[in-house]
Design a protein around this ligand. Structure first.
Ligand code: AMP
Ligand code: MG
Length: 426
């Protein structure tokens, strides 16, 4: 059962690391976020973002009745006797191309040569395709004729005004994720700029005296910073823009300065320095710079998690171990980012799978096992462990396309057990 959500501002200060289950931690995190204010963006910039207004069509789409084919605009009743052996002959009184607005009229016994997208002339109610006529060469000759081999029904190859979108109808509602087809609709109804929830900026701060940039030579005791890249790529894939704020040494002044710089973002994400029994500076500095609680979340990989605010900016303090950081960011950072983006569905995509291997899960933690999801002949997905599950083993995260969820209540998973997984399509 998730615990009731108390906003940070009303929460007594948490100095003792609290034990939380994943759902309670998630509820506490999500409650601290709201959709970001709307920004007016041009269509391409708005793609992938969530609409913050209802958009009403100013015009019909198509705006006028027009031909769906290249052919001849006719009165359908004039062609009712037409057959391949006995064509009906009509007098061609003109031609009209897409983009033209000629005042042509189709009277009994006549036709107008017409191109796809051209307005249907008055009097006509159908278009006969070239393929069903003798397709005479276009001519300025007033005596030009066309032979029609096939009877047309009223409405054949005609697109009515507003048949796709009616003027004054709502074409896209607030909350809609704008994709390619939506952009087309907005363009069609004359909306080159729309209000969407602004993209959140996520500031990424890595911590640790041992951490070097990827272009640096290794030295004894040092490792290269992988977290910043994994986390930044995830944030971007979910729709945020990223501000890379580098590596803060385990130094009080440096870390404070970096956190203050990061507070201009919509979300600060740190990695490292939050584990229990780790008396380094990160936790202290987080607490002296803002309201930050350290939690122990019953999950694996992961567990230590810091959450709170630096000034008014929310901060998510992830564990340093690369896979623990990535899984924690997926579970807690993604919903926060999605909520800021204005999405209603914050959850990952859960899929029903069958466990392919036996898995030990002692310790009452929810275990997110790196797996390959493979469909059997019947289409059922089997989740097979991709090997070494250490919290620092990035190679198994790269090899995985899913995280199998072993509930905290399940100590032992037998092969064949039905469980859920999260697809890692980032
Ligand atoms: P910590 O949570 O700071 O105790 O770090 C846990 C483990 O994660 C340690 O082995 C760190 O060296 C490692 N680690 C911390 N930050 C990073 C990083 N940015 N990239 C890769 N590994 C890291
Ligand atoms: Mg550290």
């Amino acid at each position: 059962m998730p615990e009731p959500t108390v906003p940070l501002s009303e929460r007594p200060w948490e100095h003792v690391a609290r034990m939380l289950d994943v759902d309670s931690a998630l509820a506490l995190v999500v409650a601290e976020f709201a959709p970001l204010p709307a920004a007016s963006l041009s269509l391409l910039e708005a793609c992938g973002l969530v609409l913050a207004e209802d958009v009403v069509a100013r015009d019909d789409v198509p705006p006028f009745c027009n031909s769906a084919m290249d052919g001849y605009a006719v009165r359908a009743c004039d062609t009712s006797e037409a057959a391949w052996q006995r064509p009906v002959t009509l007098r061609v009184v003109g031609e009209i191309a897409a983009g033209e607005a000629k005042a042509l009229v189709v009277t009994p016994g006549t036709a107008v040569r017409i191109m796809t997208g051209a307005p249907l002339p008055a009097g006509a109610d159908a278009v006969v395709r070239f393929e069903e006529t003798d397709n005479p060469r276009p001519s300025s000759d007033v005596a030009a004729k066309v032979e029609v081999f096939h009877p047309a029904k009223s409405g054949d190859n005609v697109r009515e005004a507003g048949e796709d979108i009616a003027a004054r109808s709502v074409v896209a509602r607030r909350g809609r994720l704008l994709g390619p087809a939506d952009l087309g609709i907005l363009a069609s109804v004359g909306r080159p700029v729309v209000a969407v929830h602004r993209r959140p900026v996520v500031a990424i701060v890595s911590t640790g005296d041992e951490v070097l940039d990827p272009d640096e030579e290794l030295a004894p005791g040092k490792i290269r910073n992988s977290n910043a890249y994994v986390l930044a790529a995830m944030a971007r894939a979910w729709g945020a823009s990223v501000s890379m704020l580098g590596i803060a040494r385990d130094d009080r002044a440096e870390l404070s300065a970096r956190l203050r710089a990061a507070a201009a973002a919509d979300l600060i994400v740190t990695s490292g320095g939050v584990s229990l029994g780790d008396y380094d500076l990160v936790k202290d500095v987080l607490r002296s710079e803002g309201e930050v609680a350290i939690w122990q979340v019953r999950m694996k990989p992961g567990k230590p998690l810091a959450f709170g605010r630096i000034g008014s900016t929310p901060l998510l303090g992830l564990p340093g171990n690369p896979v623990a950081a990535a899984v924690s960011f997926l579970l807690f950072g993604r919903p926060a980012i999605r909520k800021m983006l204005g999405h209603a569905d914050l959850e990952p995509r859960f899929i029903d799978v069958v466990a392919g291997d036996a898995i030990d899960n002692r310790g009452q933690r929810r275990h997110f096992v790196r797996v390959r999801l493979e469909a059997d002949a019947a289409g059922m997905l089997t989740a097979r462990s991709v090997g070494e599950q250490g919290a620092g083993m990035l190679s198994s995260l790269a090899a995985a396309n899913g995280l199998l969820i072993v509930p905290e209540t399940l100590e032992q998973v037998q092969p064949g057990t039905r469980l859920q997984a999260i697809a890692l399509d980032w």
